[in-house]
Design a protein around this ligand. Structure first.
Ligand code: ZN
Ligand code: ZN
Ligand code: ZN
Ligand code: ZN
Length: 672
């Protein structure tokens, strides 16, 4: 009885092949599908149509029908559900084979093997569900239209025009219906209506069928109540399970994305192959190594799904430029590594070979690398030759002479800057006398800093070996070598530096005030001993007497000169010197901590005292920082501690000039 009733409310399209689902027959929950076949057969062993297909499968596809059954199974097992559906529609032959109940396993396998495909709704078989999801034809007029929509509750697809004739809003479908029908006993579906708005629609034929059925019951009879109860249950079951179709449709979008991704990947591979064919295999690998996704995301590559000759012509130039650039970078990097290894070896060899040079001055690492004998070994030794200590042996033996020669050459350049230097206009002679450079009154200055630079400090001055900006873009060997050591040869940048006349004048005054002859006194002469002076002009009753060691006195003299104020130098007594030294010792630790100009004794690290102390702890694991672990860098500023100090003004000496004739006291204060 229930079966009969149920059949009545379908649209009665029983003539449609049950396998392809049914069309608008939505309520038949028991899809007549047989159980899986127990064993495989060949296509030919199947039904008649298998051996003699009636359809017009063309070309290669028709050959498929003649192949062994196992092979067909193997092929279909590789297909996605939508492809199997499409295959079943290519010809009558395929249709008959694939829709055979005994071949249902072909479908179940395909569905099962698709990880994205949702479970099958219990009231549909695989071809029905595939048809609902993947078809784009209307189940009513069979036309393929872009506007056809899935209506899940009705298990159907419907085009726009059939939607208007077959379905309608609740009130519309009740027109002409005489019995009382509530919306919970009718199926409904949300579809895009006019103006792309979601609307709920009901089916006219269903409303009519229900009307007929309801009229067959006696009002208030228990069978009517039972029918209504069953009907509500059935409707709610059919309305539920919408997620099957949602999942299937989402999968469709996801697959489309994956397909696009596959196309892109394929296209990328084609592009890379063409580039490899052009000889850029190493560069491609190099880019991958440093950033594996860089190329894949490169604008000219990432968006392509097809590589036509036109596309290739458009992108080729950009990509070749990129790879040429990479090639240059890679070569530079390789060159840098090679030269660095050779330079490091050289550095170790020099370190192990003690040298005596005038005033302990040595050329900087960049200067050493630029020396022709050394540069030749570093740069001109072929790439495939491993440079060893033997290559440098001869050079290292003569390194002391090389250093001395370097000092001579640079000193000659400095001599040319001295005023009234005989031969300054011409080349300075080989036997030039460098003693003028060593005078306590000889100072230079560079344009970067204001510090007066004495000799030989100027040969170590940091500003003159600093890497200039933009150096990193240079590709030549010299640039690479200098980058490797972080500096350039002395005055490589041709910074204008000049003789410092004001420092000379100041030094002359100070040296003279100290009682020396400025024409012969050298820096070395002035450095040792208890040489202290007071600038009497700067004595302050509150602060006291400003007392200076000789280098600070020069800075103070320059200060007076700038201010246009006269200094007044007077020597200190031994007692005052002791007071000055005590004062100096008091303030020294604080000043030292804040001053830059120190250097690690174990490596080339430079920095403030505090920085070098920290560096020696972390860099050399020195827990107790001692004097042997640091030194004042020879290029430390003249304005480096210890600084000038104040010592107290001596109390006035009182002389009593009283005598018998003069009743009043006259006091003369003597304070120096
Ligand atoms: Zn239609
Ligand atoms: Zn400087
Ligand atoms: Zn002064
Ligand atoms: Zn160090």
């Amino acid at each position: 009885m229930r079966m009969a009733k149920r059949k009545r409310i379908t649209n009665g399209d029983e003539s449609a092949p049950e396998t392809e689902g049914a069309g608008p027959s939505t309520v038949n929950a028991e899809a007549p599908i047989q159980s899986l076949p127990k064993k495989r057969r060949t296509v030919a062993q199947g039904k008649k149509p298998a051996s003699k297909p009636k359809g017009k499968a063309k070309g290669k596809l028709s050959k498929m029908l003649e192949m062994p059954y196992d092979v067909l199974c193997e092929i279909t097992s590789q297909l996605r559900p939508e492809d199997l559906l499409a295959l079943s529609r290519t010809s009558r032959g395929f249709r008959e084979i694939l829709l055979l109940k005994s071949n249902r396993f072909l479908w179940t396998t395909t569905f099962r093997d698709d990880p994205l495909f949702p479970h099958l709704p219990s009231d549909l078989n695989e071809p029905q569900f595939a048809c609902l999801v993947f078809s784009n034809h209307c189940y009513y007029c069979l036309k393929v239209t872009p506007d056809n929509q899935v209506m899940w509750a009705f298990r159907t697809r419907c085009c726009g025009s059939c939607l208007r004739t077959q379905f309608g809003p609740f009130n519309d479908v009740l027109r002409g219906v005489r019995s009382t029908i509530t919306s919970d006993i009718l199926l409904s579906s949300s579809v895009l209506g006019p103006k792309k708005k979601l609307v709920s629609v009901y089916k006219h034929s269903e409303a009519r069928d229900i009307d007929i059925l309801l009229k067959s019951f006696k009002p208030d009879s228990p069978t009517l109540a039972e029918f209504l109860q069953n009907r509500r249950k059935q409707v709610s079951q059919l309305l539920a399970g919408n997620y099957y179709i949602t999942a299937a449709l989402e999968r469709k979008i996801q697959l489309a994305k994956m397909d696009k991704e596959k196309e892109r990947a394929k296209c990328k591979e084609q592009i890379y192959k063409r580039l490899r064919d052009l000889g850029y295999a190493e560069e491609l690998a190099y880019i991958r190594e440093s950033d594996c996704s860089f190329l894949d995301n490169y604008p000219s590559i990432s968006s392509r799904t097809e590589l036509t000759d036109r596309v290739w012509n458009n992108i080729q130039r950009t990509l070749v430029d990129l790879l040429e650039d990479t090639r240059a970078k890679r070569r530079r990097k390789q060159r840098k590594t090679l030269l660095k290894a050779r330079q490091r070896l050289l550095g170790e060899l020099i370190k192990d070979h003690p040298t005596n040079t005038p005033a302990g001055i040595k050329p900087g690492p960049a200067d050493i690398c630029a020396m022709p004998q050394i540069r030749q070994i570093l740069v001109d030794t072929p790439v495939d030759v491993v440079v060893t200590a033997e290559h440098f042996q001869e050079t290292i033996q003569g390194i002391e002479q090389l250093f001395a020669q370097w000092i001579t050459n640079k000193s000659r350049e400095l001599l040319k800057l001295l005023p009234n230097q005989p031969g300054a206009e011409d080349e300075v002679q080989d036997d030039a006398d460098f003693s003028r450079l060593e005078l306590a009154t000889t100072y230079f200055t560079c344009t970067r800093c204001v510090d007066p630079l004495s000799y030989p400090r100027i040969l170590l001055h940091n500003c003159l070996t600093e890497l200039p900006h933009g150096f990193r873009n240079r590709e030549d060997d010299d640039a690479i070598m200098f980058l490797n050591v972080g500096s350039v040869p002395w005055n490589y940048n041709q910074l204008p530096f000049e003789y410092r006349q004001d420092a000379e004048s100041a030094a002359k005054k100070v040296v003279t005030a100290f009682g020396f002859d400025f024409r012969t006194t050298t820096h070395a002469d002035m450095r040792p001993g208890n040489r202290w002076m007071e600038c009497r002009a700067c004595r302050n009753p509150k602060e006291g007497r400003m007392v200076f060691r000789w280098e600070k006195a020069i800075l103070h003299e320059i200060f007076h000169d700038v201010q246009g104020r006269k200094s007044h130098w007077i020597p200190l007594s031994d007692e005052d010197i002791e007071a000055a030294k005590r004062q100096e010792l008091k303030g020294f630790p604080k000043h030292r901590d804040e001053s830059t100009g120190y250097c690690c004794a174990h490596c080339d690290e430079r920095g403030s005292f505090v920085e070098i102390r920290a560096h020696s702890r972390w860099g050399h694991a020195i827990q107790e920082f001692k004097e042997a672990d640091y030194f004042r860098h020879p290029d430390a500023s003249m304005d480096h501690p210890p600084f000038f100090v104040h010592i107290p003004v001596p109390p006035p000496v009182t002389i009593d000039l009283t005598d018998d004739e003069a009743p009043e006291h006259e006091i003369i204060n003597i304070d120096d």
